[in-house]
Write a protein that binds this ligand. Structure first.
Ligand SMILES: Cc1cc2nc3c(=O)[nH]c(=O)nc-3n(C[C@H](O)[C@H](O)[C@H](O)COP(=O)(O)OP(=O)(O)OC[C@H]3O[C@@H](n4cnc5c(N)ncnc54)[C@H](O)[C@@H]3O)c2cc1C
Length: 364
């Protein structure tokens, strides 16, 4: 769909067209919001797929946790060994077409301000939008997190984050230190260790989980993150908090091959490697920071939503005290299933809020 550079007024602007933005858009249609005239979706990427289009080529559906269906249209891939970066974006593209969702791209939102008449000005690289409510669904992929360690600037080798990773072959013959205790770190270690030598370091000992990942575990993890965002703390990753399932094939294989022998976090970097406080040194050519992400919410800074705990204090899917700003795919809903539920909940609440008698009139 094309971009319109003119300022336009709508009821709801949804920012982002990943799982969270698309499920919200679908639900807004179901709640009676008219596509394009009453709500739009602004997406910074050039093509459908959200972050999935940027995932590394060797990530297949069988190595993801699980990509849940978007509401109203099942995800029915032909095989599990297909690249996530191909099949999920193709599914999202079909979904946008099938439900005629009003996605505008590439449109990057740089700021959201309150207007004098208490609406929201959404500033983009293709003109501004005025909205009565905003659903932020921008995920985390555009905000990779790399911690700082002394000597980092002096390291002469290559440093990269998960978002930059393409394939193990580029590291052949080099020693790679992989930092991070989550799913990305263990998957990438599994592949890289097949072509070269590796060291795995994590800040905390990994949490190995035996058995299967059942709904009970999922509920416990979501409850933990919910509590964090209610208190305005920075949310941990839902996927990260589930721990590492020993029965997952790439983890089993990594354990069997001795690749998942974790070292504690090093204390500093030198020109040629990493050093621990006890003086131990590991030569390295590459440091791969599989150290996660932060919520991509910098454009919301003018709204001053940050709590002292570093996060945004939430009440369900909306910002505490501001029922017109929803964060979908944030905190407890930062999973494909969580984003689906949150999108539908946000749309229901927005219908009640924006369609209530005595509210501002509907925009034309
Ligand atoms: C490697 C990896 C594998 C994962 N596997 C799984 C899994 O198997 N199952 C699972 O449930 N979860 C998984 N996750 C977590 C996953 O990221 C979420 O579940 C979900 O896909 C995120 O959807 P989203 O819509 O919130 O974000 P995204 O898919 O990141 O979509 C956000 C969209 O917002 C746009 N955007 C961002 N900033 C702006 C801006 N300022 N202006 C306009 N547009 C903007 C982006 O362009 C993007 O299109 C995985 C995460 C990673 C990193």
């Amino acid at each position: 769909m094309s971009n319109s550079p003119a300022t336009r007024e709508v009821d709801v602007v949804v920012i982002g067209a990943g799982q969270a933005g698309l499920s919200t858009a679908w639900a807004l249609v179901r709640q009676g919001f008219e596509a394009e005239t009453e709500f739009v979706v602004l997406d910074g990427d050039g093509a459908p797929g959200g972050a999935w289009q940027h995932r590394w080529p060797s990530l297949t559906l069988s190595t993801t946790h699980r990509v849940h269906d978007l509401p109203g249209m099942p995800f029915e891939p032909d095989a599990q060994n297909l690249r996530a970066a191909d099949v999920v974006p193709a599914y999202f593209a079909d979904y946008e077409r099938r439900f005629a969702l009003p996605v505008h791209r590439p449109v990057r939102v740089s700021a959201v301000h309150r207007t004098d008449d208490d609406r929201f000005r959404v500033t983009t690289d293709h003109g501004d939008r005025i909205a009565r409510a905003v659903v932020n669904a921008t995920g985390t992929w555009t905000r990779p997190f790399v911690p700082h360690y002394p000597g980092q600037e002096s390291f002469r080798g290559r440093q990269l984050h998960t978002v930059d990773y393409r394939s193990p072959e580029e590291f052949a013959g080099q020693h790679v230190v992989v930092v991070g205790g989550g799913a990305s770190a263990t998957q990438l270690l599994g592949e890289i260790s097949r072509v070269t030598s590796t060291t795995w370091v994590t800040r905390r000992p990994p949490v190995w989980r035996e058995g299967v990942f059942d709904e009970n575990v999922g509920r416990q993890v979501v409850a933990q993150v919910e509590e964090a965002v209610r208190e305005g703390r920075r949310p941990g990753s839902v996927v990260g908090l589930t721990g590492l399932l020993v029965s997952t094939p790439y983890i089993r294989d990594g354990l069997d091959r001795g690749v998942l022998e974790r070292q504690p976090m090093f204390d500093s970097l030198t020109a040629d490697g990493v050093v621990w406080a006890d003086g131990r040194f590991q030569r390295a050519d590459v440091i791969l920071w599989a150290t996660g992400f932060r919520a991509a919410v910098a454009h919301l800074a003018p709204l001053h939503l940050r709590a002292p705990g570093g996060g945004i204090r939430m009440d369900g899917t909306h910002v505490a005290g501001e029922p017109r700003i929803h964060l979908v795919g944030y905190g407890p809903s930062a999973s494909t299933i969580g984003a689906n539920r949150a999108g539908q909940s946000a749309a229901r609440q927005l219908r009640r809020l924006l369609r209530a008698p005595g509210e501002l009139p509907r925009t034309a």
